[in-house]
Write a protein that binds this ligand. Structure first.
Ligand code: FE2
Length: 202
């Protein structure tokens, strides 16, 4: 597990610090009640995750992939992809709906799982590598500064979700249709009962 004492600018220490920060935001979200507070947390977590994913995908993962092995690394890639789809939906103008809290909760669960796998499997294996982790860490911190100054590039998942015009989330859409259908059905049956009652009165 994660008990190494590492310099602050060590690449693995930078990732671990990011992990702790997002897990703290997930915990805060679970306790939050007001929508404004939840929205602020979603915004902070989504930004932190996007920055973190760029640093890992551009710099850390390529540096350690061959040594860690494709099984662990490919799984990490796929977990990033799923998280980025959820993030793209949360970022979308269509993302402010009745499933928003659930979507963020699922993102948090999936990222917590991903962090566990990174910290228990990927990072201990990566640490065996004889590379300059502090130089890698410096490159990661510089890239983070650059992203904060110039903005985070739009990823393939955001482009994919943007093309769907809010129609990609079919279970959520089906649930909304069922709710509105049952409302229509119950208002029709109320109307039917009222008509029957009126005919009895007549
Ligand atoms: Fe990751």
């Amino acid at each position: 597990m994660f008990e190494w004492m590492l310099p602050e600018n060590h690449a693995i220490a930078i990732l671990k610090k990011d992990h702790d920060a997002v897990k703290e935001l997930f915990d805060k979200f679970e306790k939050a009640e007001k929508t404004a507070v939840k929205e602020k947390i979603i915004d902070q977590a989504v930004t932190a995750l996007k920055l973190h994913a760029v640093l890992e995908e551009e710099l850390f993962y390529p540096a350690v992939r061959a040594h860690v092995g494709s099984e662990v690394m490919n799984e990490a890639d796929e977990e990033h992809h799923v998280a980025k789809v959820l993030i793209a939906e949360l970022d979308s103008p269509f993302g402010k709906n009745d499933h928003r809290d659930a979507k963020f909760t699922v993102l948090a669960e999936s990222v917590r799982h991903h962090i566990k796998e990174e910290e228990n499997q990927m990072l201990p294996k990566a640490k065996e590598l004889d590379i300059d982790f502090e130089a890698l860490g410096e490159r990661m911190l510089n890239r983070k500064k650059e992203l904060l100054a110039k903005g985070i590039p739009v990823d393939a998942e955001h482009r994919m979700i943007a093309k769907t015009n809010g129609k990609a989330d079919s279970p959520a859409a089906a649930a909304r249709r069922k709710v509105s259908n049952s409302r229509t059905a119950s208002s029709k049956s109320t109307e039917g009962t009222r008509r029957k009652t009126e005919s009895y009165v007549q």
